[in-house]
Design a protein around this ligand. Structure first.
Ligand code: ADP
Length: 449
């Protein structure tokens, strides 16, 4: 096992990884920016190294600065968390060339699944259904128009290097295709330095269902069932839950098998998520992408299965075999996560950095809270607005809904606006309570565009 790990991240996920290190008897070293000197991850780690100024490009995204810190701290491995350098194969390669283990999949697997058009090809070759669309990136607008006619409108234009919903546009007919194409290209080029686009049929009425996978270096791969992350605003997840209330047992099994088949084909190890759109009308599912990292919503799966995903990421990176088989993994009860952000729902979810005057979190044996904030903490304006994740479990969904509402009512954060009132409104919404929601729910039922 590793002696010392560097955590190349901040916020709640850095703390989550520090805890996994502690559990395994590993020393944790964190990096931080000049804007994060009062961050909780800096206080909790065994050591902390400042790697640069506030903007991420000069600190958390600066691969050379992170690697220099890793060399100085003499660590055995780097855990990238999510975001930042977590899905960057060239960073993983640099780690290896410095003889530092990168806690994540192989460079090859990451490269294959990182390009969404390659990932789709891989899925097809593994027999996993994909959304009808172009085979790979499309060379120009004429070809896109031709293909869109073949597939049938509406279509969705997506960036091959995409992420976070950027570089994505819907075209309802040929008249709007050109303008959507050009704006998607510009956005993709600006966001990813790569303007390559592809198109797909637009699925209109779906649930976002993703499968958690975990593999070791010895060829063992399992899935840990699904998370239903349909409640999203502008492609940002707000609430995630497991099991998905709408799946039948056979559908759940097919999704799990498809995710494992894809992971096997990619030679995947470590933790990852295979995302699908589940068409509510036809009950068909389609692969959309692989997230080659630990995800924000991983606790939903951890509390249901009792499997510590971050611990296993570290164990498999150190060469250990998975300590369980597919048949050992059970879903017990139900769980749900609410993401709490420093955003003002009354003002188009505008981020609200500032000082937390008072912080009083809920607690009970059914509640887990992954957070990095405290009374008096000054939220810097430079990063993601996630303040924490409230995770609740229960015997069934009804119990979870009641407990989640109670926990949100008990949660006091003063000084900055948060998404708590919006989450409370979702939990009171009849469509959500009855699990009749689809991908348009937040926009249509809560009027939040
Ligand atoms: P990103 O990596 O940018 O997040 P994804 O491919 O994961 O992009 O898609 C983001 C979201 O866009 C999905 O969660 C879904 O809501 C929507 N989406 C993607 N593909 C389609 C599609 N073919 N039809 C309808 N919606 C889609």
């Amino acid at each position: 096992m590793f002696d010392r790990i560097l955590i190349a991240n901040r916020g709640e996920i850095a703390i989550r990884i520090i805890r996994a290190c502690r559990k395994l008897g590993i020393e944790s070293v964190v990096v931080y920016s000049q804007a994060d000197t009062t961050s909780m991850h800096v206080k909790l780690a065994n050591a902390a190294i400042c790697i640069g100024p506030a903007p991420s490009a000069q600190s958390y995204l600066n691969a050379n600065a992170v690697l220099a810190a890793a060399e100085i701290a003499d660590v055995d491995a780097i855990h990238p968390g999510y975001g930042f350098l977590s899905e960057n194969p060239s960073f993983a390669e640099k780690c290896h060339s410095c003889r530092i283990e990168f806690i994540g999949p192989s460079v090859d697997a990451m490269t294959q699944v990182g390009d969404k058009t390659l990932a789709k090809k891989l899925a097809s070759s593994a027999g996993v259904p994909v959304v009808p669309g172009s085979e790979g990136a499309i060379e120009n607008l004429d070809r896109a128009a031709e293909l869109a006619r073949e597939i049938g409108y509406p279509v969705i234009i997506k960036a091959a290097a995409g992420g976070g919903g950027r570089g994505m546009r819907v075209a309802h007919n040929e008249a709007t295709l050109a303008s959507s194409w050009i704006s998607a290209q510009m956005e993709a080029q600006a966001a990813f330095g790569n303007g390559a686009l592809y198109i797909e049929k637009l699925i209109q009425n779906f649930r976002h269902i993703e499968i958690q996978i975990l593999g070791d270096l010895h060829g063992n791969i399992v899935h840990l069932y699904e998370r239903d992350c349909t409640v999203q605003r502008r492609h940002q997840k707000l609430i995630e839950e497991a099991p998905s209330p709408i799946l039948k047992k056979s559908e759940r099994e097919s999704l799990g098998k498809a995710a494992v088949a894809l992971a096997r084909k990619a030679g995947y190890y470590g933790a990852g998520t295979v995302e699908f759109l589940f068409d509510i009308d036809t009950r068909k599912f389609y692969f959309i992408e692989v997230n080659a990292r630990i995800q924000v919503e991983h606790p939903v799966t951890e509390v249901l299965t009792g499997i510590d995903l971050v611990e296993w990421q570290i164990r498999v990176a150190a060469g250990e075999r998975l300590g369980f088989k597919q048949g050992d993994i059970e879903l017990k009860g139900a769980s749900m996560e609410c993401r709490i952000n420093a955003e003002n729902p009354a003002r188009h979810f505008q981020p609200c950095p500032g000082r937390i005057q008072l912080y009083y979190p809920p607690a009970s044996e059914h509640v887990r809270l992954d957070s990095h904030i405290y009374s008096g903490y000054e939220i810097p304006p430079y990063y993601d607005s996630l303040l924490g994740k409230l995770i609740v479990r229960g015997r069934d969904r009804d119990e979870v809904l009641k407990r989640m509402s109670g926990a949100l009512d008990d949660f006091i954060i003063e000084g900055v606006a948060t998404t708590i009132p919006f989450l409370q409104a979702i939990l009171r919404n009849d469509t959500f309570v009855k699990s009749r929601h689809n991908n348009h729910f937040v926009e249509q039922s809560l009027g939040a565009s």
